[in-house]
Write a protein that binds this ligand. Structure first.
Ligand code: AMP
Ligand code: ZN
Length: 165
């Protein structure tokens, strides 16, 4: 968290780059990767983001893009950091096609434990996809696409628009 209170032992460390304050959480494994305290196979970096390989790859080339500044998830990330992560993920997706021969790419973000998030430093998965090559690609679609109930779809849309029934 970015805090503006007086420094204390518990306060996150902050450094500064051109884009603003960089928050570090000493208990976060991705912050430790950024700091070089844990190993990683880095691919690319810029002033706001770092990209490195996922140690439990869902496919060949599965990588993660993270903001340098610690933040928990999609709900808390600074919009500039989100734009930078997205741009890095787009570049990485292009490299997966160009250099690994990927046939497609999935971007995935998990926001919250109930959405499969296990590391609470925002990250975007960049998952290259390989058609008909199960040795390179173990992914399957995690839902069963079938027509939904039109009333429930409309109700959810109304709720999202802020209209109460
Ligand atoms: P999520 O479930 O969306 O929070 O994804 C967290 C991802 O981080 C998982 O795919 C893990 O395999 C990956 N991961 C955890 N620890 C490390 C690490 N030390 N280096 C690289 N990837 C990691
Ligand atoms: Zn962190």
């Amino acid at each position: 968290m970015v805090t503006h209170r007086a420094a204390s032992i518990a306060a996150p460390r902050r450094a500064y780059v051109d884009s603003g304050p960089v928050v570090t959480d000493s208990n976060c494994i991705f912050c430790k990767i950024i700091a070089g305290e844990l190993p990683s196979a880095r691919i690319a970096e810029d002033d706001r983001t770092i990209a490195f390989m996922d140690i439990n790859p869902a496919s060949l080339g599965h990588a993660l893009v993270i903001p340098r500044s610690h933040t928990t998830d999609l709900h808390s990330i600074d919009s500039g950091d989100l734009a930078a992560v997205t741009a890095s993920a787009q570049r990485l997706a292009g490299l997966a096609v160009e250099r690994l021969g990927a046939d497609g790419v999935n971007l995935l973000n998990c926001a919250g434990a109930d959405a499969w998030q296990t590391v609470f430093h925002f990250h975007m998965h960049v998952i290259p996809r390989f058609a008909g090559q199960p040795e390179k690609d173990g992914l399957t679609l995690p839902w069963d696409p079938k027509p939904g109930d039109p009333d429930r779809i409309a109700q959810a849309a109304a709720a999202l628009r802020g209209e109460t029934a």
